[in-house]
Ligand binder design. Sequence first.
Ligand code: ADP
Length: 249
Amino acid sequence: MGRRHRADYLKPLFSHHEAFGVNELDDIIELKNVTKIYDLGEVKVNALDGISFRMRKGEVVSIMGPSGSGKSTLMNILGALDRPTSGNYCLDGEDVSGLTDNQLAEIRNRKLGFVFQSYNLLPKMTALENVELPMVYAAHKNRRELAMAALESVGIGGRSRHRPSEMSGGEQQRVAIARALVNNPRIILADEPTGNLDTHSSHNIMDLLLDQRKKGITIIIVTHEEDIATYTQRTIYIRDGKVVEEKSR
Ligand code: ADP
């Protein structure tokens, strides 16, 4: 069912005139000539070799590339889990390239939500407790209510007391998306979010992820499936740490 409506997601939410005026103000991400060199002593690996691009608020972008092309390294930098060796990363108006680990952690918690191929839920916790986790570090008084609202927003309020082993893959990924949403992120980074799901669940999860752009959330998806990439407005292809092609839809 999701596929029939796919074209709707690709329509602009606002025309440029009525949105925020100047286009560049809408940029949430800007990478300028970013490199990442892993120094292994004798060998240096140029995992990223001068990557530049921008992403707008509410844009849905996929990143594709063969194994070893630098996708994980790029996602680590976009996700403020790691710093570039050189170049700049501007996130929501702030240059985060030179921040300390604590500052990066703070940005991650405030601005970013993560979704993984294997869901990464804690097995002994219920769905509700998993969604509450990101709020442990923030001084939220009504954690339980916010977590419940996030579960309801992804359509699985009825599974709040279930543990991951008592849920299907698609349901577990919904819990993970609720966890990613609960701190109101500016960006969701999803690494092969449908990699463990059957076709039907994959399309439902893509519909759910793309639905988040209504809130102005930017969505970045790493995938090796062209079918999944066709959901996104733009695909950035990388190879040997460089952007080799961009496709807009
Ligand atoms: P992908 O996610 O596209 O498979 P990666 O970002 O994992 O690519 O890897 C890009 C390159 O960087 C590869 O040559 C890989 O071997 C190397 N690499 C990745 N992580 C490290 C690391 N922690 N230390 C050294 N080399 C690494």
